[in-house]
Design a protein around this ligand. Structure first.
Ligand code: B12
Ligand SMILES: *[C@@H]1O[C@H](CO)[C@@H](O)[C@H](O)[C@H]1NC(C)=O
Length: 137
């Protein structure tokens, strides 16, 4: 009897802890946009609709976007200390000799802010526009 009650409580505990707290809203994918900007070469600004798992990182959303839209391409290199470095976007790579790189900007409420971390760590927010801006340092 006591054992049965204990078993029942053990089964219920996770349901009480997790079950009611997960709402459909929390499982919904994050909708945002990815822009590619290159004023140096005067390329037209391109915008893609992108989605991310809740709490998922930008790199995952980029891989997902590439799978559904082959026009969007990118390459990354791995850095031991900081994770993934965005090397090229749509066939154009940053270049150390020319001091060019793809800057990652977050566009919210009309202001552009460089993200504090790279594509492997950044977590996109709903309705944000992430802009890859080809620029110089
Ligand atoms: C100089 C510098 C740059 C230069 C590098 C130029 C070059 N090729 O030499 C430029 C301007 C390109 C740059 C870009 C970015 N950077 Co930077 N950068 C630095 C800085 C100030 C010094 C790095 C350095 O020269 N160290 C000395 C050398 C000997 O060590 P190293 O390990 O070989 O250095 C290399 C790495 O640092 C790498 N690198 C530089 N930045 C980044 C960012 C990421 C995400 C990765 C994977 C690698 C990387 O480039 C260096 C040369 O190869 C550091 C802060 C610091 N004080 O260390 C930030 C720092 C590394 N950068 C940072 C960030 C966030 C970025 C950007 C994502 C900013 C943005 N929003 O656009 C971008 C990268 C975008 C992309 N395409 O992925 C963060 C990383 C934090 C994190 N956990 O992700 C740091 C720590 C600054 C901070 N916010 O505190 N960066
Ligand atoms: C994007 O890059 C261009 C070219 O270097 C630069 O003039 C511009 O200020 C950058 N945009 C933002 C919002 O930082």
């Amino acid at each position: 009897m006591a054992l049965r009650l204990f078993t029942a409580l053990c089964l219920m505990a996770p349901m009480l802890l997790l079950g009611p707290q997960i709402t459909a809203e929390q499982l919904q994918e994050i909708q945002f946009q990815l822009g590619v900007k290159n004023e140096i070469y005067n390329s037209p600004f391109v915008v893609y609709d992108a989605t991310c798992k809740p709490g998922g990182v930008l790199l995952g959303a980029m891989r997902r976007l590439h799978q559904t839209n082959n026009d969007f391409k990118f390459t990354v290199t791995e850095n031991n200390d900081y994770g993934y470095y965005l090397e090229s976007v749509n066939g154009l790579a940053g270049n150390n000799a020319e001091h060019t790189y793809w800057q990652i900007l977050s566009h919210v409420d009309g202001t552009f802010t460089p993200t504090p971390v790279g594509v492997g760590c950044y977590i996109p927010k709903a309705n944000e526009v992430i802009v890859f801006n080809f620029t110089t340092w």
